[in-house]
Ligand binder design. Structure first.
Ligand code: SAH
Length: 361
């Protein structure tokens, strides 16, 4: 981490921007590819150590550039192998990133904001409110730290944007981070290995539909009626269920690809057989699969997790009607790394996050 303002932060740059920058300081731009390889494939952030660059060039780059990287503050390991990293950003804010070992692939769950503005009624992160957006470098930097800490250089992994924050509420930085992570000279993460999960910020969803680098899409639906969704996912008051599903119908999907609909199951709220049947109807005509998330309970969350047989019945109704359905086994609950459980205290004094953490002690 650096507080150096004179030097340019290379972690914020896409390859083309790094090329431009090098050209502007009279360094041949082809070196950008080498630098990208060092930073992303080999995890090297010290320019002096980039040994295939000439010695003078290395010193010049070290004078001109830094590679800001979130600092690892704490690493927790769950009984099930899930790892949660607490990271500190240059301005002292904290975020969390999670590694899930076998889903069946290895998956990184990363954050896009400090806190979240969406305030979904069952989500702990939402209780923090929004503190700030992450930059593209901070979003992509989480992946660099995860690869380094889990020693996964050269290995395949998936990325889900399901940590703290609403990715479509921080659109530009999120998409730029995906381009950085996807660059063939860096980590080269294919878009089909990335899933962007959203409550459905409609204008941003329409923009996403036009992106050349297109991740998989997951929609946090959680309800089958406008009135109930208004309460559970407050942004529904602005961008309603019907409009959201219409946008999903129009969303361009590659062959054999489908939109995932996430549905958190809340006991006696949205978990009845009628809810399941309504969900089937709503999804009619959409290439969809459903991921059921039995609530991860937490202090301060005024809902309960339904019993397993209730969850199974809900899943069965979908399956019988031809909807592909899975139930998300929650991972890392013992270290509060599961969905909707990411919350950090700010280093600054009385942010909403700190107030809540204090309340919960
Ligand atoms: N903001 C994005 C991504 C973050 S959360 C979104 O809402 O899609 C990833 C998933 O976890 C979302 O579907 C979210 O609704 C769900 N979730 C939030 N709190 C949860 C909880 N307590 N139990 C289970 N799932 C939860």
């Amino acid at each position: 981490m650096s507080t150096d303002t004179a030097r340019r932060d290379a972690s914020e740059l896409e390859l083309a921007e790094l090329e431009q920058y090098l050209a502007s300081i009279d360094v041949p731009k082809f070196h950008a590819r080498q630098i990208f390889q060092w930073i992303y494939r080999r995890g090297e952030t010290n320019f002096e150590a980039m040994t295939d660059l000439g010695r003078e060039l290395r010193s010049q780059l070290a004078r001109e550039l830094v590679v800001d990287t979130p600092a690892l503050v704490k690493r927790e390991r769950s009984e099930d192998g899930t790892a949660k990293l607490l990271l500190q950003l240059a301005d002292g804010q904290y975020i969390e990133s999670v590694f899930i070992p076998d889903t069946p692939s290895q998956t990184f769950c990363i954050s896009t904001q400090v806190g979240c503005a969406m305030r979904c009624a069952f989500c702990l992160t939402g209780k923090m409110g929004i503190v700030r957006n992450l930059t593209a470098g901070e979003i992509a930097g989480q992946v660099r730290v995860l690869v380094r800490e889990l020693q996964m250089q050269g290995q395949r992994f998936n990325i889900v944007l399901m940590g703290m924050g609403e990715p479509l509420h921080n659109y530009d930085a999120t998409m730029k981070a995906l381009r950085i992570l996807g660059d063939e000279h860096g980590l080269a993460v294919a878009p089909r290995r990335i899933t962007l999960s959203t409550v459905g910020v409609l204008p941003a969803l329409e923009r996403l539909a036009t992106e050349p680098f297109m991740p998989n899409l997951a929609i946090s639906l959680h309800s089958t009626t406008e009135d109930q969704r208004d309460l559970l996912v407050p942004i529904n008051r602005k961008y309603g269920l019907k409009e959201l599903l219409d946008a999903c119908r129009r969303f361009p999907l590659k062959r054999r690809n489908r939109i995932t609909f996430e549905y958190v199951l809340l006991k006696d709220v949205n978990d009845s057989p009628e809810d399941a049947r309504r969900l089937v109807k709503l999804l009619h005509g959409i290439k969809a699969k459903v991921n059921l998330l039995p609530l991860n309970e937490a202090a301060g969350i005024p809902f309960e997790r339904p019993a397993d047989d209730r969850v199974n019945r809900f899943a069965q109704i979908l399956a019988e009607r031809g909807v592909t359905v899975s139930v998300r086994r929650s991972r890392g609950r013992d270290i509060r790394a599961a969905c909707g459980q990411l919350i950090t205290e700010s280093s600054r004094q009385r942010t909403p996050g700190r107030q809540l953490a204090t309340m919960m002690e």
